[in-house]
Design a protein around this ligand. Structure first.
Ligand code: ATP
Ligand code: MG
Length: 339
């Protein structure tokens, strides 16, 4: 069977958290074995759309995030890691595609809408001043995918409206110019959206509610101890509803089937105190993170290797984007070299 081209991206705005791992990362690991080529973009330009005043943060996290991705087990021989800003064709494509999207369509994009609302909540009125760049990031994301002829895009479900926007741009491009671009398909994990420690809908780097893969034992302890449990449970032996408890929710991610069942039964029966339950979760969480943190240590000690992976990957990715750009320009009749 023909292998498919995989493309995905992450914004270098912080370390990887459990949301990334269970929402998307598990599929990266699967797809690196099954499909080829696999382009993984560190989306520094996109991170700057809403962090343009904090270039040091973005710069630092390019390396941090790449180390985390290597630490979960991605193999640089199977995955082409690249930095978005190293591929100017993406910026060029973004300009071309910007004609194919209306401003009102961008404003209606559910993910963009949610993110704007979150910004207002976090930063008050400052959230009103949404830049042209931020509103347009779904357009640049369409460029990210199509610059590499991406067919499969492993993502968390917050990305689905952005993928749909990309597919619309592709259809419009193909109908106005000529059949050139492929419509990418999203791929989700079973756990499509991981909730935050505070019980909110999405664990996010920018939301301050995440457990990071680099968190040490004492940080995990603090975070888990503060996680939201069933508010109806007052005393240790009150029965409770595990389905509204964040501690049970994370047990389901990192613990064994047998233990998960036990937590659920005992919680419902009122034979399990929350403090004890949290302690067990802390142990399971540390166990889950141990091999990831061990692998990460190697890359912490060898930042030059990480930089080389990004440099080599960016060169390889640029070759693909250059080829693709030729096809796009030909379709748009702006391939002047030919005349
Ligand atoms: P930011 O707040 O800066 O946007 P983020 O935590 O949303 O950061 P991204 O870099 O935007 O992270 O997303 C990278 C990938 O991880 C995307 O595929 C996204 O869908 C997925 N992802 C991020 N958070 C979650 C989550 N809580 N559950 C499932 N998937 C997630
Ligand atoms: Mg995001």
């Amino acid at each position: 069977m023909m292998k498919k081209t995989v493309l995905t991206g992450l914004r270098p705005t912080g370390n990887l958290h459990l949301g990334h791992y269970f929402g998307a990362g598990k599929n990266y690991l699967k797809l690196q074995e099954e499909e080829n080529p696999f382009y993984l973009e560190i989306a520094d330009v996109q991170a700057l759309t809403d962090h343009f005043e904090d270039p040091e943060m973005v710069r630092k996290n390019v390396l941090e995030m790449t180390k985390d991705l290597l630490a979960i087990g991605l193999d640089p021989n199977k995955v082409c890691f690249f930095i978005q800003s190293k591929i100017p064709e993406i910026a060029e494509l973004t300009v071309f595609y910007s004609n194919l999207v209306t401003v009102s369509r961008l404003e209606r994009n559910p993910t963009v809408k949610t993110e704007i609302a979150q910004k207002k909540e976090l930063f008050g009125n400052q959230g009103e001043s949404i830049t042209y760049g931020f509103l347009g990031y779904p357009v640049s994301q369409a460029a990210d995918i199509t610059a590499f002829d991406g067919e499969i895009v492993p993502v968390g479900d917050d990305q689905l409206p952005l993928l749909e926007q990309c597919r619309e741009i592709v259809r419009k491009f193909n109908s106005i110019y000529k059949e050139t671009l492929k419509e990418p398909q999203p791929i989700l994990t079973k756990t499509t959206r991981i909730k935050g420690l505070d019980g909110s809908d999405k664990m996010g780097k920018s939301l301050g509610n995440a457990i990071y893969l680099v968190d040490d034992a004492s940080t995990i302890q603090k975070k888990v101890m503060g996680a939201i449990t069933d508010p109806q449970k007052i005393k240790k032996d009150d029965p409770a509803n595990p389905d509204i408890c964040m501690v049970y929710y994370y047990h389901k991610l990192v613990n064994t089937e047998e233990n998960i069942q036990k937590v659920c039964t005992e919680c419902k029966a009122g034979t399990r105190g929350c403090v004890n339950c949290k302690k067990e979760l802390i142990a399971a969480m540390n166990e889950f993170l141990k091999p990831i943190q061990e692998r990460r240590k190697y890359y912490d000690e060898h930042p030059d290797i990480v930089m080389k992976i990004l440099e080599d990957g960016s060169k390889e990715a640029r070759k693909k984007a250059t080829e693709q750009m030729k096809k796009v320009k030909q379709a748009m009749q702006i391939d002047y070299e030919k005349n």
